[in-house]
Design a protein around this ligand. Sequence first.
Ligand SMILES: Cc1cc2nc3c(=O)[nH]c(=O)nc-3n(C[C@H](O)[C@H](O)[C@H](O)COP(=O)(O)O)c2cc1C
Length: 434
Amino acid sequence: MSLRDFLEVLDNEGLLVHVRRPVSTRYEAAAIMKKLDPKPVLFHEVREAPDFKLLGNLCADRRILARALGVSEQNLLKRIVEAMKHPGKGEIVEDPPCQEVMIDDPDLRRLPFLVFGERDGGPYMTAGIVIARDPELGHNASYHRLMLLDERRVAVRILPRHLDEFIRRGVKRVAIAVGNHPAFMLSAAVTWRLGVSELDIAAALAPIRYAKAVTSDILVPADCELVLEGRITDERADEGPFIDITGTYDIVRKERVIEIDCITMRRSPIFQQILPAGSEHRNLMGMPREAAIYAEASKVCDVVDVRLTPGGCNWLHCAISIRKRSDDDPKRVIEAALRAHQSLKHVIVVDDDIDLSNPYDLEWAIATRVQLDRDLVLRPNELGSSLDPSADQVTRRTCKAGLDATIPLTADRSKFIRAKIPGEDEVRIEDYVK
Ligand SMILES: Cc1cc2nc3c(=O)[nH]c(=O)nc-3n(C[C@H](O)[C@H](O)[C@H](O)COP(=O)(O)O)c2cc1C
């Protein structure tokens, strides 16, 4: 299953926007991606990188992600949890499409690295999935934004997660896959147990095939568009500023440098970029965490749905709907959610009559069901997200909070239920207004 197969499906249904007029890598492509968000867009001509088409916003719409995995939107999280708990095995092939063309004297300046915002530290590549292999732990795949330094070198933002652990264990070689099927894109965003490979999680979501990279034993998605093969060096360089998921600028840090040795790609390659803070970025970051919260919270209560809300950057705020059996359930769910997603700052727990995708509904539950002196859980001085400008971004210390916005079990429920007008769902205005 390849990105190209999936683009064909989208195209046949009129869901892919084609931009045939040449666009620039400096602001223009990003501005169009932002204007079209969440519609997928294919740029046929990039002025500064004539060898590539450019794709944006592929996974910006949850319905498109559900489509790619062949499930309903309601079953998306359950499907991801299943794949995390029961990973698969992808077929391994020789002579893969992603190695149709081989470039052993690469010049990264020919690729459509984009300048997204005015304060960007340099041109960036944001949809590169870094794959590394540890002799004992196996493969790891994760996203890392890459800032162009020169024809062979990029600065790579690495948070203290699995890739960092691999590097500490001595891993140096990496392969960076670009232009991937949504199943692989989603899996690479999963943070799960060290030693469970995102390649296997992807294989449980869709029939993804793998092939050995040219300069190492690393497996790469056989049908992806382009692979940069290289090494993590001992050098550090300034990385940033760059727009992060909150839509604010992340600070400059000394980050590691990757040197690229060769590039392999398909003929007529499609490069891919993710708009920082756009729906695709927020979906990919958020959905695997929603799945992890769903799994953890389901251990303590009957969970109906979980949403990292768009207004909370799909990262810092979580809404959880439950079928409450005890008045202690919401507090247990709040604890479980904070355990499952360390960056989470605010959690709100509601009854299952509240639609989590509707911010008005959520606020209505807070307005009509909350007494703060009874329903608020405060957790000061906890380890949180480095992305929240209101927290200490270096020590990551922050104040977390949970809100129980459910109806007390002992209360008279009839006071809390939204009044309905008989026929309001069925009435057809066309029958009355001609
Ligand atoms: C679009 C996108 C961009 C990301 N950028 C970075 C990044 O620049 N650096 C980083 O360390 N993590 C980044 N992440 C988060 C990691 O890729 C993600 O947490 C991943 O699951 C970590 O994998 P691991 O559990 O194998 O460590 C990004 C995630 C997404 C979806």
